[in-house]
Design a protein around this ligand. Structure first.
Ligand SMILES: C[S@@+](CC[C@H](N)C(=O)[O-])C[C@H]1O[C@@H](n2cnc3c(N)ncnc32)[C@H](O)[C@@H]1O
Length: 214
């Protein structure tokens, strides 16, 4: 990521211990609920023969699941080296290394050099990034068909929860922060880019939205 305190301290948060714990959990129980809902909705039009750009892809659960459906290729962009190396190991384990491409860094810095894809996903990513507008605008340009997003609901308990989480980061002297971005801003920007909402689901914390280029 570009060198700011937020991004540097994000690397401390998304570290190897967390990545290994998440991979272990994924291998035991499959994707967590919001990711599972997102994948189910992407599966409806189908992933076979398509390409995936997973921004902030973490350990790579979305790509591993969609390869079961004959996804043709996946590009994983993440600002955490720890998550990427754990994901690469798992891709090699599954004999998928040749079909997976990994780019380390802040997506907004790398966007110009990345290919367009049939499917673009941002699963719990915009809540880790201060400039959601930029992240959305750059990523929308990369989607030819489907655009899938998981981001926090905005209500009284997420407002309190995010304040407490950020207080915890402040106490630990970390500059990393989490963000509740306005759903109206997010939805408006995506529609303005020529997408229509295909599905909308919620869990206690998250909204899971899939858009299709109209
Ligand atoms: C909460 S994790 C989610 C990981 C995965 N998508 C999941 O749902 O399990 C957020 C991830 O987004 C990455 N991230 C945040 N902002 C990013 C950016 N601007 N460019 C690339 N990756 C980013 C972080 O490094 C982290 O791996």
């Amino acid at each position: 990521m570009t060198c700011c305190g937020h991004c540097r301290d994000a690397g401390d948060f998304f570290n190897e211990r967390t990545a290994r714990r998440e991979l272990k959990r994924y291998l035991r129980r499959g994707p967590d609920k919001p990711t599972r809902l997102l994948i189910e909705q992407i599966r409806k039009p189908g992933a076979a023969g398509k390409t995936l750009l997973d921004i902030g892809g973490g350990i790579g659960a979305i790509q591993f699941e969609l390869f079961e459906d004959d996804l043709s290729r996946s590009v994983n962009v993440d600002a955490s080296t720890a998550y990427q190396s754990v994901s690469k190991e798992e891709a090699a384990q599954r004999d998928l290394r040749e079909k997976t491409e990994y780019h380390f860094g802040d997506f907004t810095d790398l966007a110009a050099s990345l290919p367009e894809s049939g499917i673009v996903t941002l699963d719990k990513v915009i809540c880790c990034y201060p400039d959601a507008r930029k992240l959305l605008e750059f990523s929308l340009q990369k989607s030819r068909q489907l655009y899938g997003l998981v981001y926090p609901r905005v209500n009284w308990y997420t407002k309190i929860g995010f304040k407490l989480v950020n207080l915890w980061f402040r106490i630990r002297r970390s500059e990393f922060r989490t963000y509740l971005h306005s759903p109206a801003m997010v939805d408006g920007l995506i529609r303005k880019s020529g997408f229509q909402k295909r599905s909308y689901q919620t869990t206690v914390l998250w909204q899971v939205v899939v858009y299709e280029r109209g």
